[in-house]
Design a binder for this molecule. Structure first.
Ligand code: DX5
Ligand code: ZN
Length: 231
């Protein structure tokens, strides 16, 4: 299980201190949202910021590119210290070459899918990725309400993963809080990106522990339900 605080919800005036807080929190990944003002109607930060934060922690850097031209950004983010780079399936014909390029840079490969996009769009890529990132809000901003209609996509991805014997992570991103995280875990997600809910707490380590415990409880409940013999 992966708990990934999203830096978008951190105090941008104190990014080094916020990164140090993540470092001490027991979180597995730091999720870094990159927005270009075109693919999404917002701007965040670039490879220079990622490079400046890299020496502050050994936590896994999970870069999420919400960008129309990721091809010009893959090398800069790989050099800046990204461990995994996610691009969006909505980029269409370019997806295959982008995934290949990320792999050739020696980085883990992530593929993100927006709420309105059918889950069938990711099917051709499942054996080439390390993470499928199911957006549970429309990307662009933190602090939005979780879209429950995205959960069947998580269930479908988990079914394909099982049937095909694959082991990519199924991540959820957007509106993941102490309630929705359990629903995501129950649907089959195993990587949980959470900005507002985690960074909003004074004690980030306690918030990460609480989220982990909720996921464990939900997963145990799902396993128990599966074991009940059908009458
Ligand atoms: C949304 C971003 C998310 C965002 C999640 O565009 O991709 O990673 O930071 O933030 P919360 O948890 O506040 O919805
Ligand atoms: Zn994100």
């Amino acid at each position: 299980m992966i708990i990934a605080p999203s830096l978008l919800a951190a105090d941008f005036g104190r990014l080094a201190a916020e990164t140090a807080r993540v470092n001490r929190s027991g979180a597995d990944w730091l999720h870094l949202d990159i927005m270009d003002g075109h693919f999404v109607p917002n701007l965040s930060f670039g490879p220079g910021v990622v490079k400046a934060l890299r020496p502050l922690t050994r936590v896994f850097f999970d870069v999420h590119l919400m960008c129309s031209k990721p091809e010009i950004l893959l090398e800069p983010f790989a050099r800046a210290g990204a461990d995994q780079i996610n691009i969006h399936v909505e980029l269409g014909a370019q997806v295959t070459s982008l995934l290949w390029k990320i792999r050739s840079l020696g980085r883990k490969v992530g593929l993100a899918i927006n709420p309105p996009t059918q889950i069938s769009a990711v099917q051709p890529y499942l054996d080439s990725i390390d993470e499928l990132l199911v957006m549970t809000v429309n990307p662009g901003f933190g602090g939005q309400a979780f879209i429950y209609e995205t959960l069947p996509k998580v269930e479908q991805a988990a079914a394909w993963r099982r049937e095909r014997g694959l082991n990519f992570h199924i991540g959820v991103d957007g509106g993941v809080d102490f309630t929705t995280v359990a629903d995501c875990a129950h649907a089959g997600a195993d990587a949980f990106v959470s900005g507002t809910t985690l960074f909003g707490k004074r004690n980030l380590a306690a918030a990460v522990r609480k989220m982990r415990a909720l996921v464990q409880r939900a997963a145990a409940r799902s396993a128990a339900t599966e074991c009940v013999p059908a009458r």
